[in-house]
Design a protein around this ligand. Structure first.
Ligand code: FAD
Ligand code: SF4
Length: 509
């Protein structure tokens, strides 16, 4: 009696208990389908990297003696939908049962759960054996509290999983959080570590994808794609990160530089999100580096917090808030994305770099995503849903469970402050402090109004003026409102006029 086991494209975890032994009665099903390539317009590298990793995973399973049915994008029998293919394969194999691992995306979870209800054979959902927390763990932890805070959840997870704790259960180094030590501008030294990832030639696969007329944007870099293809490459990347970048990860975590795209970030999000790598492995490797004196505590704590804290926390927000979350728009922002989101062709150097790099590499690091692109979207009043679609399409690591709360919650404050305590809004002063972008820009970072003034400045102050009613009572914004109130009325009016003119013609910036 055959059992079909479905493996989704972001479930490439060879350590899952499903693969501990081979069973001739189990057929593992993997599929490349238009339903998944087309639900949003994706960056070419994202489609390529996922298909390449899926193919590699299927080949490894086969080599270990597992039965695998791989439905390629151009297979004549491919019905191009998850349940369409599953229905056909149940008949083909005379399957007596179906199993699947818990999807991370609400959309797929619903599709599979609804489909399973109508099946005449048993269908079971297994754990994906990846995360530290269960889907509903954050919701249970915060209960009915109106405001959730990452820091509280993170500390509880540090205690529960005994990460960076001393024998008394207290945080090592006497502090839970080393953020204050981690906000330095990068002076150009130490040098950015070399990119350790091997380049793969996926030109043939790219031709197949194109022949199947899959729509995409961005540079495919098909003949030299650098995203890890399998777990062995992901482990190599982790090791290289720990050795060469982690020691400086903390200090320059918020820094940006026109000549250094990655700085000391890990580039591990793709490998983590498709589950080649387990989050515990990444956190444990960093902690081991601190214990053996190879990395300082603020860097290691900062890295552990991104994964054990933020990654698990945003997932908890996602599962607690979907499906309504994706429509939230607390600040009623509605402007469409300017045209330069699709080519990076803007005179604003910070955005030209962050967006241009995203289109070339399918990657930008956190501060570029949050404090340049997201910040502009927030203060200019772009539609959070349009931004969500852009972020979900453009980044190599973008899967809705992690992208949506980051975009709508952290970056756009569209959930009204559930996920984060204040909007991440910044003027040119912030960007100038943390990067070298302003030096090569046609706009003046110190001016608020006038044709050459940096657009971030007028938009920043106007954002706080426009949303005074909602934001002024927030104690974390008291200083901003005090500064705003010291500006003469004439200057506030000039700022409002400049902001309105910018918003009316964003394409021209
Ligand atoms: P590093 O800086 O080296 O961090 C290490 C790891 O920590 C990352 O690989 C990631 O797994 C985790 N991490 C760090 N910050 C976050 C965070 N805020 N939320 C969840 N995990 C985090 N991350 C995604 O994985 N997918 C997304 O689609 C995504 N969209 C984002 C959209 C916006 C608007 C913002 C502000 C952030 C987004 N992030 C997303 C979070 C973060 O920017 C990326 O995880 C990070 O830039 C990936 O690069 P890295 O692996 O070099 O990360
Ligand atoms: Fe960006 Fe303004 Fe600096 Fe130009 S001057 S790089 S637009 S912050």
């Amino acid at each position: 009696m055959t059992t079909l086991r479905l493996i989704l494209g972001d479930q490439l975890n060879p350590c899952h208990s499903w693969f501990a032994s081979t069973d001739p009665d189990v057929v593992h099903v993997m599929m490349e389908i238009r339903q998944e390539t087309d639900y949003v317009r994706h960056h070419a590298q994202k489609i390529l990297a996922i298909f390449a990793a899926m193919r590699d995973f299927a080949a490894q399973l086969k080599a270990q003696g597992h039965r695998v049915r791989y439905v390629a994008i151009d297979d004549a029998s491919n019905r191009q939908s998850l349940t369409g293919n599953l229905d056909a394969l149940i008949v083909h194999y005379g399957a007596a049962a179906v199993e699947y691992q818990a999807p991370d995306e609400w959309r797929l979870d619903r599709i599979l759960a609804d489909w399973a209800k109508g099946l005449p054979i048993p269908c079971r959902m297994a754990d994906s054996e990846h995360f530290y927390t269960a889907r509903g763990e954050a919701a249970a932890f915060f209960g009915a509290r109106r405001q959730w805070r990452q820091e509280t959840f993170y500390r509880q997870l540090r205690r529960k999983h005994r990460v960076l704790l001393d024998d008394d259960g207290e945080p090592v180094g006497g502090r839970w959080n080393f953020d204050a030590d981690n906000r330095q501008r990068w002076p150009g030294d130490p040098p950015e570590p070399i990119d350790p990832r091997p380049a793969h030639d996926h030109s043939k696969l790219w031709q197949t994808i194109q022949k199947a007329s899959v729509d995409s944007f961005g540079q495919p870099q098909a003949d030299a794609l650098r995203w890890p293809r399998n777990r062995a490459e992901a482990l190599d990347l982790l090791q290289a990160f720990v050795e060469h970048a982690l020691p400086h990860f903390g200090a320059y975590q918020d820094a940006m530089n026109a000549r250094a795209r990655r700085l000391f970030h890990s580039l591990l999000s793709f490998a983590l999100n498709v589950k080649m790598l387990n989050p515990r492995e990444a956190v444990d490797a960093a902690v081991a580096a601190w214990r053996s004196g190879r990395a300082p505590l603020p860097a290691v704590e900062g890295f552990a917090r991104q994964i054990l804290g933020w990654r698990e926390y945003v997932r908890g927000v996602y599962w607690a808030q979907m499906p309504d979350y994706r429509n939230c728009n607390a600040l009623a922002h509605r402007l469409p994305l300017p045209r330069w989101f699709w080519d990076g062709d803007t005179g604003m150097q910070c955005l030209a770099h962050a967006i241009g790099q995203s289109l070339e590499d399918a990657y930008a690091h956190h501060i570029q995503r949050l404090m340049v692109i997201g910040n502009f979207g927030l203060i200019a009043g772009l539609s959070p849903q349009a931004l969500h679609e852009w972020y979900l399409g453009v980044y190599i690591d973008a899967f809705e469970w992690v992208e949506l709360p980051n975009t709508l919650g952290m970056s756009q404050f569209a959930d009204g402050g559930l996920l984060g305590s204040k909007p991440y809004a910044g003027s040119a002063a912030y960007i100038g402090r943390m990067s070298d972008y302003c030096a090569g820009c046609r706009y003046q970072p110190k001016q608020r109004v006038g044709p050459d003034a940096c657009p971030f400045n007028a938009l920043y102050w106007d954002f706080f003026q426009r949303h005074r009613e909602r934001l002024a009572a927030n104690p974390r914004l008291a200083l901003v409102y005090r500064q705003l109130d010291t500006l003469p009325e004439t200057e506030r009016a000039a700022i409002a006029a400049r902001a309105a003119a910018l918003q009316a013609n964003l394409d021209a910036l």
